[in-house]
Ligand binder design. Structure first.
Ligand code: 5GP
Length: 144
């Protein structure tokens, strides 16, 4: 999918927001939702989305909504850092399929990095064990 196109109200993150498919949540309010990535590139990989915007990418995002999502991304990064003590943190965001985007509802990734551990390939990792995700989420949520 290119940068141009229409928002698909049945994309996987829209379904997570509506509660139509499960997710391991970290925090949410009426504006944003943070949850664990189910195909993590590293231990503690998590995502932040807007619950209100239908922006597919950063080009379409309303600036005031983007500000809320970025603030939530920083909040998540701080909690991941406090809970998991990684050696580094990648914060990233992809726009358009050629750039690596696979879900077309704007989101930020928070990906902890650990010395000596290779990063999993984006979009090609295996599905995480849900109990492992819940245990990580409990640690991260406790550090919020
Ligand atoms: P993108 O490739 O669009 O930047 O990122 C989409 C992310 O969503 C990927 O890291 C992928 O692992 C994650 N993802 C895809 N499907 C699901 C799902 O059903 N649940 C969760 N929690 N994450 C998903």
């Amino acid at each position: 999918m290119s940068l141009d196109g229409r928002y698909d109200a049945d994309n996987i993150f829209a379904k997570i927001i509506r509660g139509e498919i499960p997710s391991v949540k970290l925090f949410e309010d009426d504006k944003v939702l943070a949850f664990m990535d189910v195909f993590p590139q590293s231990r503690g990989h998590a995502l932040v989305i807007s619950k209100t915007s239908q922006a597919r990418n950063i080009l379409e995002m309303e600036p005031e909504v983007l500000a809320d999502v970025v603030a939530a991304t920083q909040k998540l990064a701080k909690a991941v850092n406090a809970a998991l003590k990684p050696d580094g943190l990648v914060v990233t965001q992809f726009n358009g399929a050629p750039a690596g985007q696979t879900v077309f509802h704007l989101h930020f990734h928070v990906i902890p990095r650990y010395e000596g551990e290779a990063l999993g390939r984006h979009g090609e990792g295996g599905m995480a064990d849900v109990e492992d995700l819940r245990a990580l989420a409990a640690k991260i949520a406790a550090a919020l």
